[in-house]
Design a protein around this ligand. Structure first.
Ligand code: ADP
Ligand code: MG
Length: 242
């Protein structure tokens, strides 16, 4: 579903990705862990075409992202590979339900009644049915983030990229968001999750990639990577966070 081969990216003359290769199969959940500034968000941005790569190959389904030049192609891609950020960026003057409904109606031109039915199902899935008519300001951070996840799902994407979606939340709301993501993964959502939640990464993902200074230093099933890290940099990082 998602394939990167030897992806390189510099900002100015600072190399940020120095040859990233990874492969995510349909229905797989892959976590990316690693120190701040190691290139995790940049990897996600290269996958959904938010930034162009300098070198290498990026494919998502049938889309050859590294070859895309037009803004129109990129827009199509970004609907198929949704991204959920730490800042949920909901529209403050729209209810939870309306936030979920906007893009399918405005961008995909889908029928309003159908979109609403689907949006209500998605709210139910993230356990927020009773908040359909609430505005973002009336919701906790965790609830807003679950609306943002439902909004991403409403576009019926082929995959979702989660970039530290719980990093800014109060600890007591983190677990509801992780629970929602876990359910989606169990239903077969293809996703890449950048996260600092090591327990979650261990329990939910099929594979964990550890990044350091623009490289994937180690990639393995979670039990292997957490219990038996091979690279000294992985060991050092895990020693600090676990
Ligand atoms: P992470 O998500 O692992 O914390 P990022 O991918 O955000 O790391 O950033 C990797 C490096 O690239 C950092 O040193 C960061 O400062 C730099 N960087 C990221 N985006 C830009 C940008 N748009 N312009 C210049 N430097 C950037
Ligand atoms: Mg980041």
């Amino acid at each position: 579903m998602i394939e990167l081969d030897n992806v390189r990216k510099s900002f100015g003359d600072v190399p940020v990705l120095k040859g990233i290769s990874m492969f995510v199969q349909k229905g797989e959940a892959v976590c990316i862990i690693g120190p701040s500034g190691s290139g995790k968000s940049t990897i996600l941005r290269c996958i959904n075409g938010l930034i162009p790569v300098d070198e290498g190959f990026v494919r998502v389904g049938a889309h050859r992202v590294h070859e895309m030049r037009s803004e129109k192609q990129m827009r199509v891609l970004r609907h198929q590979v949704a991204m959920v950020f730490q800042q949920y960026n909901l529209f403050p003057h729209r209810t939870a339900l309306e936030n979920i409904m906007m893009a399918p109606i405005q961008v995909l031109g889908h029928d309003r009644a159908e979109v609403e039915e689907r949006a209500r199902k998605l709210l139910k899935k993230v356990r927020l049915s009773e908040k359909a008519d609430s505005y973002p300001g009336q919701l906790s951070g965790g609830q807003q983030q679950r609306v943002a996840i439902a909004r991403a799902l409403a576009m019926q994407p082929e995959a979702i990229l989660f970039d530290e979606v719980t990093a800014a939340l109060d600890p007591e709301t983190v677990k509801d968001v992780l629970f929602a993501i876990r359910e989606l993964v169990e239903e077969g959502l293809t996703c890449i999750l950048v996260t600092h939640e090591m327990k979650f990464a261990r329990e939910v993902s099929q594979r964990v990639c550890f990044t350091d200074r623009g490289l994937i230093v180690e990639s393995a099933p979670p039990a292997e990577l957490f219990d038996n890290p091979r690279d000294p940099r992985t060991r050092e990082f895990l020693g600090q966070v676990l």
